[in-house]
Design a binder for this molecule. Structure first.
Ligand code: BTN
Length: 326
């Protein structure tokens, strides 16, 4: 009932009297008043006037299906699962992917109690000031092209931020989103596959949005930034999420059409890694070299100081020049 009232107020965009709502929805005026108060508690700014009734003045920055607008025909985000709090959206996405959820389903949480980063790290996401979400994909791709999915996701994040905020971010291979030389976000891609077939991919994306500098824990406070720190103002998470999902939809369709070369070219345009000196901690060994390019299957090609070219697909890489090594 509460959501029906909300829909009516959104459609009307003008004052609606308690009487009008109660007749339309066949409930008492007291019930209408009770639900209006519940909506207010959730952050909806509903103004009331004794003569004119209720009007929806402002919607809150909620990441649920009442506020997230997915254009008709868009596959990414057509199914949405929202939690106020969960251990990790990637964990939940993997669970429902194993149970057969649809391609394009997204799992979003306001807070994660056990957010996970790459290489077994923790991902700080206790506060509801960030955007923490996972996308379930069922791509018809050979498992070795998984790295391209991560590159595509990084491009979608950067282009979503550009469209929504006009801010140009960089990408540190393979998946760190960089702003003002600090880490703004990251991507954790997890795969379930047979030798020649991908069952599903979960692309987990974390972006710092409205945190202040002092909100970050000791471990990351000298490395992390947020969009609010950069712009000085609060940013709507839900509108930004819409932009990222729509960019992801576009780039994913290119990926499926086999346009991996084009994706690598766009990725390289935003790269802060190519042409830079990098230090690689790879299979227990450490190398320094010059990052040259991305291979057709998404690996980083590095000319190491020992003269060897190495193609890096996992492990750690640190880019010199960005706050030392980040
Ligand atoms: C990194 O280490 O840079 C990757 C960070 C990925 C964090 C996101 S937040 C949403 C999703 N759920 C998780 O537990 N991790 C990813």
């Amino acid at each position: 009932m509460k959501n029906l009232i909300l829909e009516k107020l959104k459609q009307k965009k003008e004052y609606m009297s308690g009487e009008e709502l109660s007749q339309l929805l066949n409930v008492s005026r007291t019930a209408i008043w009770k639900h209006i108060n519940e909506l207010r508690n959730e952050g909806y700014n509903i103004v009331s006037s004794t003569k004119k009734g209720y009007i929806l003045a402002e919607t809150p920055d909620l990441l649920d299906s009442r506020e997230l607008r997915i254009p008709k025909g868009q596959i990414i985000g057509r199914e949405l699962v929202h939690f106020n709090e969960i251990d990790s959206t990637n964990n939940y996405a993997k669970k429902i992917a194993n149970e057969g959820c649809q391609h394009g389903t997204i799992v979003v949480a306001d807070r994660q109690t056990m957010g996970r980063g790459r290489v077994g790290r923790q991902w700080e996401s206790f506060s509801s000031e960030g955007l923490w979400f996972s996308i379930v994909l069922r791509p018809d791709l050979e498992p070795e092209y998984i790295q391209i999915v991560t590159l595509a996701a990084a491009v979608a994040v950067v282009e979503g931020i550009l469209e929504n905020q006009g801010i140009v971010c960089g990408i540190k291979w393979p998946n760190d989103i960089i702003l003002d030389n600090y880490k703004l976000g990251g991507i954790l891609t997890e795969l379930s596959a047979e030798p020649d077939h991908i069952n599903y991919v979960v692309v987990g994306i974390g972006i710092n949005i409205n945190q202040d500098k002092n909100a970050f824990g000791d471990e990351i406070k000298n490395k992390a930034t947020s969009l609010k720190i950069h712009t000085g103002k609060r940013i709507s998470r839900v509108r930004l999420l819409e932009s990222i999902l729509s960019k992801f939809e576009q780039i994913y369709s290119e990926l499926i059409q086999g346009k991996t070369k084009e994706i690598i070219n766009i990725w390289s345009k935003y790269s802060v890694t190519i042409g830079k000196e990098v230090r690689i901690i790879f299979k227990g060994n450490e190398y320094v070299g010059l990052a040259q390019a991305i291979s057709p299957d998404g690996k980083l090609i590095v000319k190491c100081n020992d003269g060897e070219f190495r193609e890096i697909s996992s492990g750690e890489i640190q880019v010199r020049g960005l706050l030392g090594y980040i």
